[in-house]
Design a protein around this ligand. Sequence first.
Ligand SMILES: C[S@@+](CC[C@H](N)C(=O)[O-])C[C@H]1O[C@@H](n2cnc3c(N)ncnc32)[C@H](O)[C@@H]1O
Length: 186
Amino acid sequence: MSEWTAETAEWYAAHYGEYATNRLAVDALELPNDAVIVDVGCGAGAALRHASQRVTTGALIGVDPVPRMVEIARERAGDHPAAARLDFRIGPAEKLPVEDSLADFVFAFDSFDHWQDKAAGLAEVGRILRPGGQLVVVKDGGVPGGAKAAKAFVAELAKAGFAVVRTESIAVEDVAFALWVCTAAE
Ligand SMILES: C[S@@+](CC[C@H](N)C(=O)[O-])C[C@H]1O[C@@H](n2cnc3c(N)ncnc32)[C@H](O)[C@@H]1O
């Protein structure tokens, strides 16, 4: 049973909906202007709204299993200049409401640790990524449990068929987070 409900969605969006990792992680990526991005566990949609400044012709799809969270993401996108390209859908990582081989990038910003079934979620990410597409995982504060846990996380990705091609610890302003970029292993 997930702890994410309409009430926690309201609370999260009010306190952390625009949390800086959304902006800083997007800034750390090279995003072509025609990229298709799917943000899994998109929360209030801040990462996609920020990405829209550089992804000016591509598609920006946010997915979250909590209907109230999706409603909030839609509300915040309402009067945004990229509103017509911001598409928020209800669904969990384990059953993504997204077509096969559509995404150039799948974001999991502070959401991976909330997925109920990580193997099923990663299989879904593999299904929706186009060949050569990238999964970008962000964990605020790094990996709880330090180096050992980070190694276990990379092994979990490898088991699901993903190879890590970039790992970075980013500390900017008053925020520190870890970022992994992964592709489907050959
Ligand atoms: C800590 S919030 C992060 C939200 C946003 N990515 C951000 O960084 O602001 C975690 C998000 O994961 C979502 N979530 C919970 N269970 C999930 C699941 N099984 N699949 C995908 N997302 C899930 C929650 O609804 C919530 O929006």
